[in-house]
Ligand binder design. Structure first.
Ligand code: CP
Length: 329
């Protein structure tokens, strides 16, 4: 199935079929990542810009590598050394790069809705790589891919999302995505870090059989969980004293081996990164056998290859396999 859309801005507005098409294509692209020569000609002649107004290691690098592995030309604007520091507006920056022939802008911005604005004024495809506290759709997709890869399904799984839900665009994309796929999502953290809007989000779960539950007790969320997803405590966004201290947070809400013993025997541990080791996640848990945190990073490249392919080049299905240079299951 092809994506009949110009942009990827949220998982809230993405259908189950579209998400499934991305996950299916990502499986094929992951096979390419295992080859000695990770290069297919699929997006030759296409140009991709990464435009990040906030710091990133994983997302920006994986989008750049995904574009390169698909033979697209990838360029990056570093906001600190571009005309943005001279006061150039987002609109002028976008129109300037479009005039140079850019086909896709992958954008991270501290203001929620900034990618939606670009999507309205640009011909180029816009991919939201994180907008404020709103969404991070490709992170949600790579997390779903990582879960399905280990568990073989999403529907009916108990997924505990633990930590700073309030500031987390990763949590919002996962709630929308996992909910539409029929997972049972449990949110746990300090009540001051659970946003009131989750009730509205939970209303969408019923149609696929999933549920959304909220608790302040981490143990309740982790008990019999198939997946434990720990979120970063976003220290840079904490301005209102929403919890007493980092030490207190680690004691009450930190995920460690003792708490993880409550999960199912074959559970997996996830974290989108970057991690605050010793705060929201214990170091020996992050590095344990049940951790798939490094797999998430690898899968990020495969999922972003699928996203770029389906937006810029492909029709999906058999056409996708042929385009990728054959030998793709
Ligand atoms: N998970 C994530 O978005 O990481 P980066 O901030 O490094 O891109």
């Amino acid at each position: 199935m092809a994506l009949r859309r110009k942009d990827i801005l949220t998982l809230e507005d993405m259908s189950v079929q579209e998400m499934q098409a991305i996950l299916d294509n990502a499986s094929s692209f992951k096979e390419i990542l295992g080859r000695d020569i990770k290069k297919v000609p699929t997006l030759r002649g296409k140009s991709i810009l990464t435009l990040f107004y906030e710091a990133s290691t994983r997302t920006r690098t994986s989008f750049e590598l995904a574009g390169k592995y698909l033979s697209a030309d990838t360029v990056n604007i570093a906001t600190t050394t571009s005309a943005i520091v001279k006061g150039e507006t987002l609109k002028d920056t976008a129109w300037t790069v479009e005039a140079m022939g850019i086909d896709c802008i992958v954008m991270r911005h501290p203001i929620a809705g900034a990618p939606h604005f670009l999507a309205r004024i640009c011909q180029a495809s816009i991919v939201n790589a994180g907008d404020g506290m709103h969404e991070h759709p490709t992170q949600g997709l790579l997390d779903m891919f990582s879960i399905a890869e280990r568990k073989g399904r999403l529907k009916g799984l108990k997924v505990a999302i633990i930590g700073d839900i309030f500031h987390s665009r990763v949590a919002r994309s996962n709630i929308w995505g996992l909910g539409k796929m029929g997972a049972d999502v449990w949110l746990a953290g300090p009540s001051t870090l659970i946003p009131p809007e989750v009730e509205r989000m939970g209303e969408t779960f019923g149609s696929r059989g999933g549920r959304l539950r909220v608790t302040c007790r981490v143990e309740e969320a982790i008990e019999a969980a198939d997946v434990v997803m720990v979120l970063r405590l976003q220290l840079e966004r904490q301005k209102k004293g929403l919890f007493p201290s980092i030490r207190e947070y680690a004691r009450l809400f930190g995920v460690d081996r003792r708490r993880l013993a409550l999960a199912k025997d074959d559970f997996i541990l996830m974290h989108p990164g970057p991690m605050n080791r010793g705060v929201e996640i214990a170091s020996n848990a992050a590095d344990a056998d049940y951790s798939v945190i490094i797999d998430q990073v690898t899968n990020g490249v495969a999922v972003r290859m699928a996203v770029l392919y389906l937006l810029l080049g492909g029709g999906g299905g058999e056409e996708a396999v042929a385009d990728k240079g054959g030998e793709v299951r």
